[in-house]
Write a protein that binds this ligand. Structure first.
Ligand code: SF4
Ligand code: SF4
Length: 381
């Protein structure tokens, strides 16, 4: 089960592609308590519980988050082996004192950064329009001292797509080893952009190979995610998007949404499944069905079991239908599956079996001793 708690709609940035409607709303402790009860009651005993703190910028409300985490840890059903806590931040608020608190509370931390300054400062700016690259780069370097496998998420847009291989090099140079590359799902992607993907992903695959052979491998989401799925002969039922069934997001008001990307202005109208302060869990329903993708092409496609055509929010932004993928995600999935297959063959010929991917800990066998306590966290923004 995956739960995202958007503690605030406030943010100190004004990213050009932001899908959060910013306002002064901050979650109350009463709402957080109701969410905590719901999370523990609704998670089957044999399932892991992932709890992410989100915003706006969640670190603006770090004191509140600390209290919520303490209440989670004090809950009678709390089991540290079954619960993963994480925060995804814009990387502008960080310090040694914050890091010490995060480690003490057992919280994973991820930073959203789009790449070097000429990319980051194009999209991710403070509300007065000034760039964030200097402070975010400084904080990434600092965070890496506490989280050697700090996950970083880069959002790419139609105007920065061409630089994706440079983004990988930039992160590698900073010492980052876990990279998520995510398209801005609400951008006006065209066929021209889709046509660029095979070459761009091939170039990223070449870098992946070079870094792997140099024994400084990178986890790159669009490659390692696909290698793992191919090795396992397709996505398992629990790996697919379970929004509105095994995945929920809560706005500051307590409104319940199927996914954090659908909170919007938290008005309780679009996509809303109810409010945690008034609803009983059994009333929660969502029309998304990851096993019933309503696209004829997909049903005939030989890549179907390896494809993320089931991502409800991505589909919604592209086609207006949770269950129907758009052409850009189709092209992106084809390109990443192709690169992953090529790397399995190339590295397989060198005796590399990717058994770590089968075990669910991609690259951990080669990254080294320090990796043993590390789990790659999925980050959402
Ligand atoms: S950091 Fe996140 S919430 Fe803040 S403006 Fe950027 S995308 Fe929006
Ligand atoms: S690659 Fe395209 S057609 Fe094939 S399953 Fe994925 S979205 Fe559907």
């Amino acid at each position: 089960m995956k739960f995202t708690i958007a503690v605030t709609q406030q943010c100190n940035l004004g990213c050009i592609y932001c899908y959060i409607f910013k306002n002064d709303a901050v979650m109350s402790m009463e709402t957080a308590d109701n969410i905590i009860e719901y999370m523990f009651n609704d998670t089957p005993k044999d399932e892991k519980l992932e709890i992410g703190f989100f915003g706006g910028e969640p670190m603006l409300e770090f004191e509140f988050i600390k209290k919520v985490i303490q209440r989670i840890r004090n809950h009678k059903a709390y089991n540290s082996r079954k619960i993963e806590l994480y925060i995804v931040s814009n990387g502008t608020i960080f310090s040694n004192a914050i890091a010490d608190e995060l480690i003490r509370l057992g919280v994973s931390f991820g930073i959203s950064c789009d790449g070097p300054s000429h990319i980051q400062d194009r999209s991710r700016v403070f509300t007065d329009g000034t760039g964030t690259s200097a402070i975010v780069e400084k904080n990434i370097r600092q965070a890496l001292q506490y989280y050697p496998f700090l996950p970083v998420n880069a959002v790419y847009t139609p105007s920065t797509l061409e630089y994706l291989p440079d983004v990988v090099d930039y992160f590698y140079g900073l010492g980052i080893r876990v990279i998520y590359l995510s398209p801005n799902i609400s951008a006006p992607w065209t066929q021209e952009h889709a046509d660029m993907l095979p070459d761009l992903f091939q170039r990223i695959g070449k870098k992946y190979l070079d870094y792997y052979m140099a024994e400084t491998p990178l986890y790159i989401s669009l490659i390692d995610g696909k290698i793992a799925v191919i090795m396992r002969s397709g996505y398992g039922a629990l790996e697919k998007c379970r929004m509105g069934k095994g995945e929920f997001a809560f706005g500051p008001s307590g409104n319940i949404y199927p996914c954090e990307r659908l909170i919007g202005n938290d008005d309780g109208l679009s996509h809303c499944l109810g409010n945690i302060n008034t609803i009983t869990p059994l009333q929660i329903k969502c029309s998304h069905d990851a096993h019933n993708i309503s696209n004829d092409l997909c049903q005939r496609c030989e890549l179907n079991s390896y494809c993320m055509n089931w991502c409800g929010c991505t589909n919604y932004y592209a086609t207006g239908d949770y269950n129907s993928p758009g052409p850009f995600i189709c092209a992106s999935e084809k390109a990443s599956i192709s690169v992953a297959l090529e790397l399995i063959n190339t590295l397989g010929a060198k005796g590399i079996s990717f058994s770590d991917h089968l075990a669910g800990t991609p690259l951990m066998s080669i990254i080294g001793e320090a990796s043993k306590s590390f789990q790659v966290s999925t980050i959402a923004e």
